[in-house]
Ligand binder design. Sequence first.
Ligand SMILES: *Cc1c(COP(=O)(O)O)cnc(C)c1O
Length: 356
Amino acid sequence: MKHNFFAGPAILPKEVLAKAGESAHLVPEEGLSILEMSHRGSFITNVMDQAVQTCKELLNVPDNYAILFLTGGASSQFYMTPMNILGTDQTAAYIDTGTWSTKAIKEAKLFGKVDVVASSADKNFNYIPTLGNIDGSKYRYLHYTSNNTIFGTQFADTPETDARLVCDMSSDIFSRPVDVSKHDIIYCGAQKNMGPAGTVLVIIKKDIVNKIDRVIPTMLNYETHIKKDSSFNTPPVFPIYVSMLTMQWVKSQGGVDAMAKMNAEKGKILYDELDRNALFKANVPEGSRSLMNVTFLLNDDSKNSAFLEMCDAANIVGIKGHRSVGGFRASIYNAMPKSSIEVLIDVMKEFERTHG
Ligand SMILES: *Cc1c(COP(=O)(O)O)cnc(C)c1O
């Protein structure tokens, strides 16, 4: 068995994979595979309801929000959000914490004005910038990326502001509690911490749609999907089903509070080793460190391939860093057991003995 540290698509709970595999083969009570059922039939409409209800329960989503499962990934939300809620003459504030926020900024500029109100570009995005006092009333919304999957940074808390908030929560949804009521839109691609690739979860305050003067294609209009419970057209049934199973798994583990506790423990042992081991260093300073994606470097990068070989021998996969940071990245999402992180830590200690 491999220890799966890939950033996304990423590790899923074993029980979820087993159940998904069974249902892909046959759902006994229906006599069909889940892959060959109508999305209008009761089995699938029940899956959709369960997915919505479980999400609602896990995150305490208030009743005035809709919970949607759409396609196009988080990347489509980069344009769908401004297309739907940012008027041509309005301004949105963005916090730029690298790659994903940078892409979101580029798309927003197609629809309205954008102020980058905080950025960590000066240090290759290795920290979470502080948000100064901004006049929230000047902005249609403030967009932030709660966890930057590539650079390994994470907001410790929801930004303090009176602006409406839009958040890309792709890589830390369900990893900790979040106050949904402070946000107008939260979106996340499934394939980091929620399920397989193929669906994007959008939690949206219902009354923010239809407020600007723009013609929006039917499929790109949030209102379409709110009115039709994500079934205006054929939804991505299987990714939603697996996401539902994963959310039920989170619930069975004690919900997002229990996840937060586990993730804090898991992150701590790995960062402690990085701070202790003289051969390695964490890429991100304390205060901005992600509990989902731990980015780190060897002080002597000529040893990189030797370390990767040792990881490989220990059945560790997906540990190579993203090209924009270099070094290594350990993605330790909800489904990652502490025991796999301990295997990685043992390899780091062994490397210190053999290559120090
Ligand atoms: C992976 C990722 C995305 C892009 O998701 P897609 O579903 O591939 O479009 C966007 N934002 C963050 C934070 C991500 O980690």
